[in-house]
Ligand binder design. Structure first.
Ligand SMILES: [Zn+2]
Length: 198
């Protein structure tokens, strides 16, 4: 009869020690986007904006997919968002954005022991809403407020909070000149931190 040697017993104990303190997260790097809108113009604005974002980030972070079913991250351009949010919160919102990471622990115990770490798979997704009147008015008048609003809500979509600095895209108001370069660099950092890009 063979008994495990002291050395292999030590290895087993070490493995369990690593399970207790090791943690590895594997992130989904692609946001698959759908766009629900009452009209074609505002929809195509956001389809083009996704490409602009990808260009600024230097890689394909956002992919437009045709249907809501295929998308993990819906954009909804809706009539009366301002009025609805005004009623519910006493303040009007031209856009709303939220970040929704989903953490699921893998259950393969052999895999956990093999690399000495627990592995968590994280699916990142976002949900964005924009007020239709705001989008259309700023599209027709070709104002910069629309890009500010889009960049701002995508920021919330990556979990960014408001920043109390008027030039920052994450300032709570869209008016005035914004530092887009800094904002897109922060967005890129989100993906760098998750090993999606170097
Ligand atoms: Zn905001």
């Amino acid at each position: 009869m063979n008994y495990p040697s002291l050395r292999s017993m030590t290895l087993v104990l070490l493995s369990f020690a690593f399970i207790a303190c090791g943690d590895e997260q594997i992130h989904s790097c692609e946001f698959t986007m759908s766009i629900d809108s009452p009209d074609a113009e505002s929809k195509s604005y956001f389809v083009e904006y996704l490409e602009k974002l990808n260009t600024n980030l230097g890689f394909q972070a956002f992919t437009y997919v045709g249907s809501r079913q295929e998308a993990n991250s819906p954009i909804v351009i809706e009539k009366g968002l301002k009025e609805r949010t005004l009623r519910e919160r006493g303040q009007e919102f031209i856009g709303l954005g939220g970040f929704y990471p989903d953490y699921s622990q893998t259950s393969n115990v052999f895999k956990i022991i093999a690399n000495g770490k627990t592995t968590t798979e994280v699916t990142n997704s976002m949900r964005l809403h924009f007020d239709h009147d705001f989008v259309m008015q700023n599209l027709v008048n070709n104002t910069e407020k629309l890009e500010t609003a889009a960049a701002h809500e995508f920021g919330h979509g990556l979990g960014f909070d408001h920043i109390d600095n008027e030039i920052d895209v994450m300032y709570f108001e869209v008016s005035g000149k914004k530092d887009y370069d800094a904002h897109y660099a922060n967005m890129r950092q989100f993906f760098v931190n998750r090993s999606c890009v170097n």
